[in-house]
Design a protein. Structure first.
Length: 302
């Protein structure tokens, strides 16, 4: 008769080991892992035995009913356990156990081994972790700006959802394993800030299994371009740059001719008198600008 292997976790602190030796079976399970109440947790687990890998068809996996599930392929020595809808009393310890069973009817044999040294305890969390924000100190108007929001979790089968109080464009999401069943979800937001975005509050919200949420926020500081600050404002009238610029040019020209008058006065004797008269006619009501420049040079007759 063929023999299969039954693999499962049991919640117990007392075990009876039979003829199967610990030298034949090895299990690797994390000692402790965080678990958020109402969310889920995946306990990473792997095992091996001296007989090498067995095909999945000859392996049997058993776990608790309803809220637990064995993940991965047992034929690949993956005994990871998923617990959903975590409750505050699901702290464990959970210990790995292996049994050899007959293929017909899944009948148990006397060969079994409990890994009492390979148990995991759950650190129960009643509140979720807050997202971490990484952003430059200040943004520059018109230039790309990137903010990274990340959160740690222990359930890769139901990863947290990260959302921004911003446009949905320009968002990239990453998931990566950090170590020993701890995962990180990242949301990278890139946008081009405008002047109106200065002092705007950006918020990143993490939703865990659609039941519990946490958020982090910061105030955006946008540096304006120099040209956008140098502008003229008038109270009660419109912008008259088309008048101001020619007027400045005219005044500059008048100054040049004034210098010319002084030069002429010093060159000729007797000293002439020089008048440089600038007439600027501004008609703000009709938005019409006229400039008349007259230079009158008089020299006395000997």
């Amino acid at each position: 008769l063929g023999v299969s292997v039954k693999v499962f976790f049991i919640l117990n602190s007392h075990f009876i080991c039979s003829s199967v030796s610990s030298d034949e079976w090895k299990a690797t399970v994390v000692k402790s892992i965080d678990a958020l109440v109402t969310s889920c947790v995946v306990v990473p687990c792997s095992f091996s035995h001296t007989g090498g890998n067995l095909p999945t068809s000859r392996l049997r996996g058993i776990c608790f009913k309803d809220r637990t599930k064995m993940l991965g392929e047992l034929g690949q020595n993956n005994c990871s356990l998923e617990i959903t809808d975590v409750r505050n009393h699901d702290n464990g310890p959970f210990c790995f156990r292996v049994e050899l069973v007959r293929t017909e009817g899944n009948e148990p044999t006397k060969d079994m081994f409990s890994f009492v040294e390979d148990c995991v305890e759950l650190n129960m969390l009643t509140e979720p972790a807050e997202p971490t924000l990484i952003q430059p100190m200040a943004a520059t108007q018109g230039e790309p700006y990137t903010v990274i929001c990340s959160v740690m979790h222990t359930c890769p089968t139901h990863v947290p959802t990260l959302t921004w109080n911003w446009k949905t464009e320009g968002i990239i999401v990453y998931h990566r394993l950090i170590h020993s069943g701890n995962w990180e979800t990242q949301s990278i937001l890139t946008f081009i800030p405008e002047e109106t975005d200065d002092n705007r509050e950006l918020t990143c919200t993490a939703a865990f299994n659609e039941k519990k949420t946490s958020s982090s926020k910061f105030t955006l500081n946008v540096k304006r371009e120099i040209l956008s600050v140098l502008h003229f404002q008038y109270v009660g009238i419109e912008n008259y740059n088309h008048i101001i610029i020619p007027a400045v040019v005219g005044i500059g020209t008048a100054l040049l001719f004034g210098i010319f008058c002084i030069f002429m006065a010093k060159k000729y004797n007797p000293v002439p008198f020089c008048f440089c008269i600038l007439f600027l006619c501004l008609n703000l009501k009709s938005h019409i600008y006229t400039s008349n420049l007259y230079f009158l040079i008089f020299q006395s007759i000997k």
